[in-house]
Design a protein around this ligand. Structure first.
Ligand SMILES: Cc1cc2nc3c(=O)[nH]c(=O)nc-3n(C[C@H](O)[C@H](O)[C@H](O)COP(=O)(O)OP(=O)(O)OC[C@H]3O[C@@H](n4cnc5c(N)ncnc54)[C@H](O)[C@@H]3O)c2cc1C
Length: 320
């Protein structure tokens, strides 16, 4: 069985789940294995199970226990390990969100098996092969796992969600949940209604070339027009120009949007590490030698304060 750990935050399924369901269902067809998901939490999970059915998942295991709220990575890991043992799953997938990256190594430790993090493709080549970027996205490694079950986290935006209706059978399971050692008591920044960079199809991002917090209106205007999220380089969030949740790169968030617009960002390797799996990168920089142009699909050499308003105006005209 291929088992997906559904990623639920504050009672809602994160958008990455649709992508992981899609990856799992495709793998299930390739390998002839059934696909199930497990939803964990204190209550109200049965209603969420239907979403898995929209992407072809045929079974939803629901583990409701008061000990699973608030979210605790160690309590969840113990509960997930229990479900994996009960179901005999051979492949276990979860989104490579902060939650997935927190929980899945603990699950691997419970089961004493290997985990492949941040996978962008999984397929059967006479055994499972997981592809993941390494060395700041400079190479893609094909990884085979020698232990069973095979555990992996899937990088958000690596798979396009493919809707395919299935009748999802909901199966409650009771698990003895250990007392939590760590609990998440609040999510700051997630409730302000803004699109998170890891879930956005388009990101308008700014670097130190933007010159200050008060200059961001221009990027926000462009982002609003495109239905995009706003992102930034690390010095920008370190200096408090933008919130840390927008920080992209090696020590920030990894993003894979369809379009990444980098404005006044030099393209240091630590930044590129977080954006290299974007489908298209457009860079605006006044320095023609800026390293960002080496990874950009389209580059505009110019001053952001001249170029961005022109892009915004042109898009406004196209949109009518
Ligand atoms: C261990 C470690 C981890 C790190 N992790 C991260 C990370 O996760 N994310 C990250 O981003 N960085 C990270 N960094 C920092 C990284 O090395 C760079 O210092 C940082 O990315 C540079 O940010 P920047 O491009 O915004 O600024 P700068 O390097 O100062 O570049 C500004 C750019 O703007 C251009 N510019 C200036 N004015 C204009 C204008 N008017 N119009 C157009 N272009 C203009 C300049 O030509 C320049 O290319 C890390 C560093 C270390 C050592």
């Amino acid at each position: 069985m291929i088992l997906i750990i559904s990623d639920i935050q504050e009672g809602k399924l994160r958008s990455v789940n649709a992508e992981v369901y899609t990856a799992a269902v495709a793998l299930g067809k390739e390998t002839g294995q059934p696909v199930a998901t497990v939803l964990l939490g204190a209550s109200g999970l049965k209603e969420l199970a239907a979403t898995a059915g929209n992407y072809g998942v045929e079974k939803a295991i629901v583990v409701e226990d008061a000990g699973l709220a608030p979210f605790s990575p160690d309590a969840y890991a113990a509960a997930i390990a229990h479900v994996i043992r009960e179901t005999g799953a051979s492949v276990v997938l979860m989104g490579a969100t902060f939650t997935g990256k927190d929980v899945m190594p603990r699950v691997a430790q419970h089961l004493d098996v290997a985990l492949v993090q941040d996978v962008i493709n999984v397929r059967d080549e006479g055994g499972l092969v997981f592809t993941r970027p390494m060395y700041a996205g400079k190479v893609h490694a094909d990884v085979r796992v020698q232990t069973s079950p095979a555990l992996a986290t899937i990088r958000p935006k690596s798979y396009k969600p493919a809707e395919q209706a299935a009748d999802v059978a909901v199966e409650p399971m009771s698990v003895s949940v250990p007392a939590a050692k760590v609990q998440v008591v609040a999510y700051e920044g997630s409730s302000n209604g803004k699109l998170d960079v890891t879930e956005a199809d388009i990101i308008v991002s700014g670097g130190r070339g933007m010159q200050g917090a008060d200059k961001w209106g221009m990027l926000e205007e462009l982002a609003d027009l495109l239905g995009a999220a706003t992102g930034c380089s690390r010095p920008v969030s370190d200096d408090g120009w933008r919130p840390h949740e927008e920080h992209i790169g090696q020590t920030g968030k990894t993003v894979s949007p369809d379009l990444y617009i980098a404005c006044g960002i030099s393209g240091a390797i630590q930044h590129v590490a977080g954006v290299s799996s974007s489908k298209f990168i457009v860079a605006v920089n006044k320095d023609p030698e800026a390293p960002i142009f080496k990874v950009a699909d389209y580059g505009i050499v110019g001053d952001v304060f001249d170029v961005v308003p022109v892009i915004t105006e042109e898009i406004r005209k196209v949109k009518g």
